[in-house]
Write a protein that binds this ligand. Structure first.
Ligand code: ADP
Length: 324
């Protein structure tokens, strides 16, 4: 392998730049050329490439987003689109690919590998932490810190006005952010897609909390419907049944995807970038690099795509005890 291409695809996440930097510098360290591909698979189809040396990634380790830009590409889902992309890579002398993204991007990488036998390696970049084969995806730790910071601020208003706040966080399919940030920020209840608490238990818990002398409360809700209701409908429901509560909803939204990556995410990005490049140089392909029990590991892309990293159910119990 003489030249490795690197791209970021799908939803952006803090730490993607640190991963690009790691891939570029690991290539330089091993005297392999590196090409940055702009706007994910769409840029691959359009031939939007730029040679990258170790100095082209100066001062990005601390930056959110991705300097290579990200995109979603419908064309790459077609055979013609992928053929054009393959032709462009061959013409540019690129003979292996590092894809930084989520499960959609990995699916694209797997299809591309299958069709052309092109060596690919995935680095998980998504704040949702919803990929099998890694306990942490890039951006997840930063997002947790952002969410905790936001809820701390909301708590000031909640306690000053004796209010109940429903705070909606990202994670439609995975409750990692809600569960961990909820415990970290001291939420009264945490509603995640993996567990249906039930409206009666939610009411009961809030009633108990009021009776125990708490004057304000925070309920963290992972986005998407819970018990058949979105966060605003949940608020209406609770207001109807517990009129003594003054309830507000705060939807944190895209701020959770932005910001300077945490130290954890920078270190993780550096480690995964090294492993991705060195694995390609060892002749491995079609894997995702990840971290399990603080060891950098390889998981076949096929497996990484299929499952989710499971929620630690013990955390739900801890959360229950903490809201006593
Ligand atoms: P994420 O990587 O964050 O999950 P997406 O699901 O939007 O983001 O996927 C990113 C891109 O990966 C898509 O825009 C598309 O170009 C490519 N992709 C996703 N699924 C496939 C597929 N089945 N075949 C080919 N390419 C795909």
């Amino acid at each position: 392998i003489k030249k490795i291409g690197v791209l970021t695809s799908g939803g952006d996440a803090p730490g993607m730049n640190a991963a690009i930097r790691s891939v570029v510098r690991t290539c330089a360290f091993h005297n392999v050329e590196c090409v940055g591909i702009y706007r994910g698979y769409q840029g691959m189809i359009e031939g939007d490439f730029k040679e990258m040396g170790p100095r082209s990634v100066n001062n990005i380790v601390n930056k959110g987003g991705t300097i290579l830009k990200s995109a979603r590409s419908k064309e790459f889902k077609t055979k013609e689109g992928r053929q054009t992309a393959h032709k462009n890579l061959v013409a540019a002398g690129v003979d292996a690919l590092v894809v930084i993204g989520g499960d959609g991007s990995f699916t694209g990488a797997e299809v591309f590998n299958e069709e052309f036998g092109f060596p690919v390696m995935g680095i998980p970049g998504t704040i949702d932490n919803d990929i099998y084969g890694t306990s942490h995806t890039l951006g997840y730790d930063t997002a947790l810190n952002t969410v905790v910071d936001c809820i701390d601020k909301i708590r000031d208003t909640a306690s000053s006005h004796n209010r109940l706040f429903f705070v909606e966080v990202m994670g439609r399919d995975a409750g990692h952010i809600a569960l961990n940030a909820g415990i970290g920020a001291g939420a009264e209840e945490i509603l995640i897609p993996e567990e249906d608490l039930g409206l009666d238990r939610l009411l009961e818990s809030l009633q108990k909390s009021k009776a125990s002398g708490k004057s304000s409360s925070i309920v963290v809700v992972a986005e998407g419907d819970k018990m058949g209701k979105n966060v605003f409908e949940l608020k209406d429901y609770i207001e109807q049944h517990l009129p003594e509560y003054d309830i507000r909803v705060s939807v944190l939204g895209h701020m959770q995807r932005g910001g300077s990556p945490s130290c954890f995410d920078r270190v993780l990005a550096s480690r995964l970038g090294v492993k991705a490049v060195e694995s390609l140089l060892e002749g491995k392909s079609n894997f995702m690099v990840g971290i399990l029990q603080d060891e950098v590991t390889l998981t076949p892309l096929e497996q990484a795509i299929k499952g989710h990293y499971p929620i630690d159910m013990e955390l739900l119990r801890v959360s229950d005890i903490m809201s006593t």
